[in-house]
Design a protein around this ligand. Structure first.
Ligand SMILES: Cc1ncc(COP(=O)(O)O)c(C=O)c1O
Length: 366
């Protein structure tokens, strides 16, 4: 049997009756979009994170640009983030006609190097997006201090970090707004696309509700340029029944990570490090091979162990962002890591036996 980096079918086997009952409830309710399921789930997420309120949208990407727009970002503004993130962090900024400005990441945790942020601020900067990549939080206290000093907003990209903690505070509860993705592979995955943004600021929430609904506050009357992006009732109902299980699933991910940490120490791979300030959710378990990442991946695949690389190319050197004018060599840490990283199989329904197989084969091929 192949061991894949991620799989949802065992989860579906476990939850099938509940999921189908929820889908049936929605279909029979007579309301498929913007109904009670969505409202309920927005409240549950806000309560889980201890944040004022949430606005369900169609994806994590939409959550980013709608949150940015609600925070006041407009065309020509500069938004500071990192080049080693998922493409959508950057494309969401560009959707608004704003300009992504990159700072490099740290060598130890692969997260935004907060010490570089101040030098990247210009009079056009309005927002900073820390990306809590892989499920671990950027060092937010110094970042919030820089933002305060310069009158900027912080929008946390929590697509990968739901359930992670920063100094015992939930990821997504510290910045001025936060965006989450429910893409199926995420720690809380929908059965399709989905996303949410949250904020303690009632005005940001009010604007976001309008922006996701063609800019309307009253039906058929637009107050501002808006979009169509709503978390549909079916996905909200499924996410609601999964949310109470999330902490248990994260515990299981952490147990698998602890086993990998122990068994792979000294194997020649660099292992992920959990920061003292952060509780990792192990959305992905990312290791580094210094010289032959692709060879290792090939040998693993031959033995039916399928890993993933997130991400093979830093965004500043992609053709899709050539217009930003960056060149190779500008963000050496991100560039070096992109050549070395890969993620091991990691999801809560992975069995102990499969984890041991991954470890044995990996040690062998490395
Ligand atoms: C860091 C990051 N930001 C944003 C997104 C976008 O989320 P979605 O795929 O739901 O649009 C993702 C997921 O792909 C992500 O990993």
């Amino acid at each position: 049997m192949p061991i894949n980096v991620w799989d949802y079918l065992r989860e579906y086997d476990e939850l099938r009756d509940e999921i189908l009952a929820a889908v049936d409830r929605v279909f029979r309710s007579g309301r498929l979009v913007l109904g009670q399921e969505g409202i309920k789930f927005e409240r549950e997420m806000a309560a889980y994170l201890g944040v004022g309120d949430g606005v369900g949208v169609n994806s994590g990407t939409d959550a980013i640009y709608i949150a940015l727009a609600a925070l006041g970002v407009k065309a020509g503004d500069e938004v500071i983030t990192v080049p080693n993130t998922a493409v959508p962090t950057v494309s969401a900024i560009q959707t608004l006609g704003a300009i992504p400005v990159f700072v490099d990441v740290r060598d130890d945790d692969f997260l935004m190097d907060v010490d570089q942020v101040e030098a990247a601020i210009t009079p056009r900067t309005t927002v900073i997006i820390p990306v809590h990549l892989y499920g671990q939080c950027v060092d937010l206290d110094p970042l919030m201090a820089v933002a305060r000093k310069h009158g900027l907003k912080v929008m946390e990209d929590c697509a990968q970090s739901l359930g992670a903690l920063y100094k015992n505070r939930p990821s997504g509860s510290i910045g001025h707004a936060a965006s989450f993705s429910f893409y199926p592979t995420k720690v809380l995955g929908a059965y399709g696309d989905g996303g949410i943004l949250l904020s303690d600021d009632a005005e940001v929430v009010r604007l976001a509700r309008s922006l996701r609904f063609y800019g309307m506050e009253t039906q058929y009357y637009s107050e501002r340029h808006g979009y169509n992006s709503r978390l549909d009732e079916v996905q909200a109902a499924i996410l609601s029944l999964k949310l109470p299980r999330l902490d248990g699933w994260i515990e299981r991910r952490r147990a698998i990570a602890a086993r990998y940490n122990k068994a792979l120490a000294g194997s020649g791979l660099a292992l992920p490090r959990e920061n003292a300030h952060s509780r990792h959710n192990y959305y992905v378990y990312v290791v580094e091979h210094e010289t032959d990442r692709d060879g290792v991946l090939e040998r693993l695949a031959k033995r039916d162990i399928h890993c993933n690389v997130s991400y093979r190319w830093p965004i500043h050197i992609m053709r899709g962002t050539a217009d930003l004018g960056y060149r190779e060599g500008q963000f050496p840490v991100a560039e070096r890591k992109a050549k070395r990283v890969f993620s091991l199989p990691m999801y809560p329904h992975l069995t102990d036996e499969e984890v041991e197989t991954v470890i044995d084969v990996l040690k062998d091929v490395v």
